[in-house]
Design a protein around this ligand. Structure first.
Ligand code: TYD
Length: 221
């Protein structure tokens, strides 16, 4: 028996966390065997890598593009080996918050060559692909404003978080890369407009997830 591999992707502020929560609750209510996990940081060691990647270092040093890329793939290799592949082999539904499309979008937008991405992908994924990728699409101008509002509401500690023009431009490149991936993989990727009301986005996601689960032999309405 083979499980079902679903990933969820999107720019910051696209509502990914909310939708992931709603979808996982729905699948749990249906009693499906479910593993919900994320990248980076889906394993104990991966959480160390996540900290190295996402928390600013006291020295002010930042990762060069290649080192950053290798850390994301090191996290992914460990995650695949110890969590994702075993769960799929056990016939479970595996729901992952960000996966390889994020690397292609974010590290690609930082200037990593497509050929480097392809080589690492071959090494680490060995041909494994998600059955479905839910890609939440939103103009970064709107989605980053949401993030700013959220940060402000969290209090002074986060109120410095403002996206300047260069960051906005980076996130526009990320979005365009996500859109290109969706265009090049229409069977795998469900591109979903994320500006619609939460319930509507949830329904659009379910329209793509339900048939996949049914085809895999899970009883869902
Ligand atoms: P996270 O706090 O999980 O953000 P989000 O709620 O937006 O998912 O941080 C993940 C960050 O790491 C996010 O900015 C995207 C980035 N990222 C990459 O640059 N490359 C990758 O391969 C992955 C998985 C994430």
């Amino acid at each position: 028996m083979q499980g079902v591999f679903i990933t969820i992707e999107g720019v910051e502020g696209s509502g990914k966390s909310t939708q992931l929560l709603h979808l996982s609750e729905r699948l749990r209510r249906l009693g499906l065997p479910l593993v919900v996990t994320k990248e980076p940081g889906g394993t104990a060691l991966g959480r160390e890598i996540r900290r190295l990647l996402l928390e600013p270092h006291g020295s002010g040093e930042t990762w060069c593009a290649e080192a950053e890329l290798l850390l994301f793939y090191a996290d992914r290799a460990q995650h695949l080996e110890t969590v994702i592949r075993p769960a799929l082999a056990a016939g479970k539904v595996v729901l992952v918050d960000r996966f390889e499309d994020s690397t292609r979008a974010y590290q690609g937008a930082s200037g990593v060559a497509e050929s480097s991405l392809d080589r690492l992908s071959d090494l680490v994924l060995r041909g494994l692909k998600p059955h479905l990728t839910v890609m939440l699409d939103m103009d970064p101008e709107v989605s980053l404003q949401r993030v700013e509002v959220r940060n402000l509401s969290l209090g002074t500690e986060f109120s410095e978080t403002r996206f300047d023009e260069a960051e906005l431009e980076f996130h526009r490149r990320v979005r365009n890369r996500f859109l290109a991936i969706a265009q090049n993989h229409p069977n795998r990727v469900a591109l979903i407009p994320a500006r619609d009301p939460v319930d509507q986005v949830e329904a659009a996601i379910w329209l793509r997830v339900a048939p996949l689960l049914r085809n895999a032999g899970f009883g869902v309405d």
